[in-house]
Design a protein. Structure first.
Lengths: 211, 211, 211, 211
DNA sequence: AATGAATGAGTATTCATTCAT
DNA sequence: AATGAATGAATACTCATTCAT
């Protein structure tokens, strides 16, 4: 904790209590289902106190989202160093993601959810954060191409999106929605799928598409 | 019994008017943003009439969702016949999906949205419908393996989920969220990605993962 | 009651119950002191019902104000016919005003209150209604000049405003604030004052002002 | 005891800072629109400090009102010396009042507003202060009668109220509500009106009232 | 069967006031 | 004495649902 401390920082401070309670609620429920009253109760502060630290419910949502996004991006970026192969990096990312998901409070749905939030103002802000994530992945793929690990004819943008979908929807969906346990072999299978595709090279099946 | 003497059948019957209006609204907005009043107005019936046919807003949502899911599954299953190659079938599915998305009224977010709806009761119901979809895809992939179009070591479950994710987040996300125009070549690129993976077979990069 | 009747008119209708309760409350209290809950309770309707007929608290205030203003202007204008002398008309106006004040429900403070309402949007609307009143009085004074009842050198605008003030603050203030009983002779004295001034013509006192 | 050792006296003392800020705010806005937070901010003291000097928002309003009333009564009473004629004194009062109104921050609405403030407890207190003002004016009129400047048959009470109304409603209303510029000739016209009335003595019009 | 007027539970937000420091 | 973080009572407004006609 630095000298820059003011009443809005420090261990045990109200702001943090509120934010954590809010994250907890927003991860569990729709924006409209979550109530300030419930957040205040869970944070063990008065209702008015919430508004001392956050100007509105939307603001609180934004901060909650940001909190999650930052946590994720951070655990993500630690893999974006050049030591390992790109494939290994991707494996690490998926594994980390899975671990984050399994740690109870970090379902990260908030971050990956493709659902337009329909709070007009939040929408573009959410998209911006998602784009940051996508950019990180895209860069990783470009690096893979530079290193000849990834084919140069791969559509970088699409591959990035597919990798994001793999993490968000497939891994996320299995853990969060289907409440499944993903084992090591599943992960390896999944990455293998992403890396090698599903096609059987020994057959000419794929050639049939020629339209 | 004719269409005229049973209010639950026939062209122009109230139930259908209401359901179509509801679908229209729910596709456009959050559950909490949609109001019964607005649905009734659009359906050109009285507010009370909505409750003659649907027991609650949730019930109406369920039915709306089901209506969309059925429409989608149907347009989906028409591709699940054995005439073409599996790869071509997948191409057709993606194309159909894209077309459905582009038809304004059928964003189908409702269906693909991975977000737990958190209307507790809807949740499991939604998951069941999604599972039906997943099963259809899984069967398709199994067929591909039988026909030697798809490698036999592919994790069928994972491949199915990734394909669904591909449709949902990549295609859906691009059209709905980013408002991009996806061209033919993008689709082909995307499917190629799914089919062939991103890995460069000529390098030994992927071998490094051996943990 | 005409054929134009809809659910918003007719004896015993909710709208009227609400409006009367609102007038009652607004006459008694500040805009901010009055609550919708209390109005609903007094009108013996549900809180939501208020919003069936009035779009907002401000709207309800506007309508309440208008209701009072109309009642006053109407009882006012019946004196603005040319039968009697202007002085008699003025006497009638003051008398009517006083009677209206004494009838419990029509303190009319709402109308005469000089206090800027400070609900920005209401402000100009209120001023407009007040101006209508002032115009009526000004016309009356002009007529008096035409008929040689009133001196032609009188500042019509000022005289109109003073007459309005006379009604508002003197009569209104006495009844409402001081809870006094104004008798006939007071009224006559007041009008005489307005008509003849206070100056003693036999003294040259007023000449001293010559700046 | 010096100004420095008693927080309730001396230049720059907190109480005065707060009071002046409060006056400023109350002159500009409704009681309910003004907030303690804003007053504290403008006074450059902590919110809690306000409560060191004033027991409640109402108390602070009372004191603010009193402060204004005293200022007004004072500038008023300086005219109530016997040097000039009564008519001249009245002219001076109106002029002073007008000047006070034009000095931006002193609309004095607070003082003249006839609206029952309906902070029940304030009501009677306000009336008392207004009565003081009225008494001053009444005395002036009595003096005028003694000096034969004013007719002896004038209803002193009524004349006092009318003169107050002239200042408050006519002059006040024009400056504050209608945002008009009152020129010298208007003032002269207004006082002339009050002094001589509007009636045309050469006609028998007023005689028609004989009830 | 169809309606829509009536309802009140539910929610974000404001702000005077308190009190520990 | 001075402060301002914490509080919760209070309030406008929304909307799913009911029910008399």
């Amino acid at each position: 904790m630095t000298a820059a401390n003011n009443h809005k920082s420090g261990v045990g401070n109200k702001r943090e209590q509120i934010l954590l309670a809010a994250v907890d609620q927003f991860l569990e429920n729709d924006f409209y289902k979550v109530t300030i009253t419930e957040i205040a109760k869970q944070a063990e502060v008065g209702k008015g106190t919430v508004y001392e630290y956050f100007s509105s419910k939307e603001d609180l949502f934004r901060e909650s989202f940001s909190f999650c996004a930052d946590a994720y991006l951070q655990s993500f970026s630690k893999h974006l160093v050049d030591r390992s192969s790109v494939k290994q990096t991707m494996k690490d990312i998926i594994t980390t993601h899975l671990e984050l998901l399994k740690e109870n409070r970090s379902k990260l749905n908030l971050l990956f959810n493709e659902r337009p939030l329909n709070l007009q103002e939040l929408q573009s802000w959410v998209l911006k954060r998602r784009q940051e994530l996508l950019d990180g992945i895209t860069d990783l793929i470009k690096k893979g191409i530079d290193r000849d690990e990834i084919r140069s004819d791969v559509d970088v943008e699409m591959a990035g999106r597919l990798f994001l979908a793999l993490n968000c929807i497939v891994v996320g969906g299995m853990v969060v929605l289907d409440d499944l346990d993903i084992e090591e072999k599943h992960l390896t299978g999944l990455l293998d799928l992403f890396w090698n595709g599903i096609g059987n090279l020994e057959t000419p099946a794929q050639d049939k598409i020629s339209q």
